[in-house]
Design a protein around this ligand. Structure first.
Ligand SMILES: Cc1cc2nc3c(=O)[nH]c(=O)nc-3n(C[C@H](O)[C@H](O)[C@H](O)COP(=O)(O)OP(=O)(O)OC[C@H]3O[C@@H](n4cnc5c(N)ncnc54)[C@H](O)[C@@H]3O)c2cc1C
Length: 502
């Protein structure tokens, strides 16, 4: 079965799901729902999966893109969560997505804010994390161990650090996904390759244990999808469909800096947050050269918006924390963009359970909750553990189905890469890089750059194979051009042109 998603396939499969009964209906196509669609389809079940907007429209595109081994959960005594993270990180790095997930180095600069005692404690934590890596079967060759660097070496990797008073740095490694939205697209396409009908712009209006009332958001037409089992994977919006699901969303903001804003930065940074124990801001260099700086953790009051906004207070906070380690602190005018996401944290004693007063202390464990009419909701957790969440949800929804196969199932784009291909394409497409290059050779005008290292060919590929249906899908999810408003405006005509080159 072909993995390509596009408008023609959507139209065909939309017709198909209106009649008959599927084994599993998955609602929500973030990382969790896409994972559930893949888990179910690869067990041999028939699947329909819908999203009100687009693949990765919700929280999944606003993450820090860390595929982490769960060190901070160890620190707070959540050993089970840490172990699950370390195992799932290994699955992604080794088997399912080595083209999208790789090790990345991070420096913790040893400034006067980090005393020798604290540095020793952090190093002990890093070593514990390394032991967890080994126990989870991830080799050092894929994820190197921690070490201590001299100040000169730290400055070579991060020249924008303030040299005055720098005693050196602690170096640690963790996993990172090249783009969280691309991970979701790869999972959804792999599900489609196993026969799942992946339908964007289809909003579930009401759920029951035997299906859902759905509206095609492109035409307004309403219809039913009948199913033997229903999985609600709508993240922070889950309570809107299943009112018994109680969440306490928390907002996390990242800044976007332009390439070069912090000099020739060759590693990420852990920047201590003054006055907080073992909490760090993150400086996260991206493959396209932009740099993200995150991340806040603030309880959300009131209704859950479709697209959360990053408030100026979060921007100011992150700039101030970052300024604490820089030789020349950045001004507001050097921030090219900002984005915020909402963590779908489970509230109350059931499910994940609350372990403290602030959202930063809520457990990151996921919950699988069955409502009286049989709808299975899967919520909480992390990008890193999506596969395990999906396996648990499908296992609960379809207890008699064959065992999950996803721990060994490579995602679309994993596999051997044709030698001699441009690095940019390999980083973005893995084994499919050759096909994208062939597209550029057949239609040379597509090699034209659009913005942020993206060409017209990337956009056309996204329309033909990655399910992009409009300019927003292209600029905000298949690529991340839209994170900087000026780049988005400049690229809009190219995105619109790409939609007509089918
Ligand atoms: C700021 C931030 C940083 C994070 N960083 C990391 C990190 O570095 N590493 C990590 O592992 N995890 C991280 N996480 C956690 C991780 O991003 C989330 O746990 C995960 O993305 C949640 O995915 P999801 O699929 O459950 O929800 P979502 O991605 O929100 O998906 C839900 C989907 O449901 C759809 N939907 C909603 N209502 C309906 C409806 N009625 N009908 C149809 N569809 C509907 C939405 O359009 C959406 O696409 C971070 C989270 C935040 C907020």
């Amino acid at each position: 079965m072909e993995s390509s998603l596009n408008a023609a396939r959507r139209a065909r499969e939309l017709d198909e799901v209106r009649t008959g009964v599927v084994d599993v209906l998955v609602v929500g196509l973030g990382v969790t729902g896409a994972g559930a669609a893949l888990d179910a389809a690869s067990r041999g079940l028939s699947v329909a999966a819908v999203d009100a907007y687009d693949l990765a429209f919700g929280t999944s595109r606003w993450s820090s893109k860390l595929v982490h081994g769960g060190l901070r959960y160890l620190a707070s005594g959540q050993v089970g969560v840490a172990w699950e993270s370390a195992v799932e990180r290994g699955v992604l790095l080794r088997r399912t997505a080595p083209h999208l997930v790789a090790a990345h180095p991070y420096l913790l600069p040893l400034t006067s804010d980090v005393g020798p005692g604290e540095a020793a404690t952090v190093m002990t934590g890093y070593r514990l994390g390394d032991a967890l890596r080994a126990a989870a079967g991830t080799p050092r060759s894929l994820l190197p161990g921690p070490s201590r660097l001299t100040a000169a070496r730290a400055l070579a990797l991060a020249p924008s650090l303030r040299p005055h008073g720098l005693r050196g740095a602690l170096l640690s490694w963790d996993g990172r996904v090249v783009d969280d939205a691309r991970l979701v697209v790869a999972i959804a396409r792999t599900a489609a390759a196993h026969g799942a009908r992946v339908l964007t712009r289809c909003r579930a209006l009401a759920l029951a244990g035997d299906g859902a009332r759905v509206r095609d958001e492109l035409t307004g037409a309403e219809f039913d999808i009948r199913a033997r089992a229903v999985v609600n994977a709508t993240g922070v919006w889950a309570g809107g469909l299943v009112p018994s699901v109680a969440l306490r969303p928390s907002r996390g903001t990242h800044l976007v800096l332009r390439p070069g804003a912090l000099g020739a930065l060759r590693a990420g940074l852990h920047v201590p947050i003054p006055g907080e124990r073992a909490r760090f801001a993150l400086v996260l260099p991206q493959a396209d050269g932009r740099i993200y700086v995150g991340l806040t953790d603030e309880p959300l009051d009131g209704a859950v918006p479709d697209v959360p906004e990053a408030p100026e207070s979060d921007v100011a906070f992150l700039l101030e924390v970052l300024g604490g380690v820089l030789d020349r602190p950045l001004g507001r005018d050097q921030v090219a963009g900002a984005f915020a996401g909402l963590r779908p944290l489970v509230d109350g004693p059931g499910g994940a359970g609350r372990v403290g007063g602030a959202t930063a202390d809520l457990s990151r464990r996921h919950a699988v909750l069955r409502s009286p009419d049989g709808v299975v909701t899967v919520v909480g957790g992390k990008l890193t553990t999506y596969r395990r969440m999906a396996e648990d949800a499908v296992g609960a929804a379809c207890p008699h189905a064959p065992a999950s196969r996803t721990a060994r199932l490579p995602l679309a784009g994993a596999g051997p890469v044709r030698p001699g291909l441009p690095r940019r394409l390999v980083l973005r497409y893995g084994a499919e890089a050759g096909a994208v290059l062939d597209l550029m050779r057949r239609e040379p005008e597509l090699a034209e750059p659009v913005a942020a290292g993206i060409t017209l060919a990337d956009l056309v590929w996204a329309v033909r194979h990655e399910g992009a249906l409009d300019a927003g899908d292209l600029l905000d999810r298949r690529t991340r051009i839209g994170l900087v408003a000026e780049d988005r405006a400049a690229a809009l005509p190219a995105a619109e042109a790409a939609l007509y080159r089918t």
